[in-house]
Design a protein. Structure first.
Length: 289
């Protein structure tokens, strides 16, 4: 059992912190910007909540965070009430936020100057994965630090991998999002095509999902897409944040991402249709407009 802090109790963080308490059996203290959520979490799981990230992190062996973007991470890590101000030397900071690789390297360096260990650890698996404690966790950091943190992370994961030095977890998540962007556009075009052809989409998917075109998105999203429902899963505004991170990294490393850039523009159009909070399969709504 470890003393653990969790910062950021959103859709993902709330259940992840719950698994650290219930499944991991750890002594968990949480902090959330909107303090009602932290009080609710403490009531529900029997843990503690602190008045600032600094106080939550104080005395913890492992500090987790899962907030929105790079700026949000900086705002909870730095400053006199920030995580770094409370953390002890030798403790480990694990960032589950999907953020840039640059930020991960910056935090690793700043942590190292304070004698703190750092692991970037973005996740995949969505709200359901977080609630079921079955996330895929892509880590970047030092091998020995990862070895210590892995058994703690496993409380909310079904797969935890070290991909390389600091930033490698975020780069891996970028590959994940690049795969999804093109794939969901392809799936949307196929469903729109099938609908226009008068095919029974359910019947078609029951056959082609078993062949080379099959995918998680096809299995899990075709039914709601065919019905025109886009109100679950990963929001378009989060996807645009992630694709922005991918495109900025590609500018730095010279990779070409023509389809990713195009799909990002399609998502911008979905947002203009009022779909900021629709899930990512809403690319179909654009084709069927
Ligand atoms: N949702 C998914 O399916 C999914 C899947 C994989 C990865 N992710 C990634 O996981 C991260 C969190 O996603 P989520 O869906 O849990 O988001 P969310 O429900 O919007 O929650 C965001 C959390 O971050 C906190 N926060 C945001 N900005 C902050 C700031 N400046 N200072 C302090 N706290 C701040 C929020 O506090 P308040 O409660 O006060 O607003 C909330 O606790 C994102 O990076 C997202 O891309 C999400």
């Amino acid at each position: 059992m470890a003393k653990v802090a969790f910062i950021g109790l959103g859709v993902m963080g709330y259940p992840m912190a719950g698994h650290l308490k219930e499944k991991g059996g750890h002594d968990v203290t949480v902090w959330n910007r909107t303090s009602e959520k932290a009080a609710k979490w403490a009531d529900q799981y029997g843990g503690k909540h602190a008045p600032s990230p600094r106080e939550a992190a104080s005395g913890a062996g492992f500090v987790f965070m899962c907030v929105g973007n790079d700026d949000d991470v900086r705002s909870v890590v730095y400053g006199e009430d920030g995580i770094f101000a409370g953390m002890d030397k030798g403790a480990t900071l694990v960032d589950n936020t999907t953020a840039s690789a640059e930020l991960a390297r910056e935090l690793a360096e700043a942590a190292s100057e304070k004698g703190i260990k750092f692991i970037d650890a973005p996740v995949s698996g969505g709200q359901a994965g977080a609630e079921n404690g079955a996330l895929t966790v892509m880590c970047g950091g030092d091998q020995a630090d990862f070895g210590e943190a892995k058994p703690v992370i496993e409380a909310y994961a079904k797969m935890v991998g070290l991909m390389g030095p600091a930033g490698s977890g975020q780069l891996t998540k970028m590959m994940n999002q690049i795969c999804i962007a093109g794939l969901v556009q392809g799936l949307s075009e196929a469903i729109a095509f099938g609908q226009k052809s008068g095919l029974d989409i359910e019947k078609v998917v029951s056959v082609i999902s078993k062949g080379a075109a099959g995918s998680w998105q096809m299995e899990n999203r075709h039914k709601t897409m065919n019905e025109g429902h886009y109100d679950h899963g990963f929001a378009v505004e989060w996807m645009r944040k992630d694709l922005g991170i991918c495109l900025a990294e590609a500018k730095r490393n010279g990779a070409r991402l023509p389809v990713t850039a195009l799909v990002d523009q399609f998502y911008a159009e979905v947002e203009a249709m009022g779909g900021k909070r629709w899930d990512t399969s809403s690319l179909l709504a654009l084709l069927n407009r």
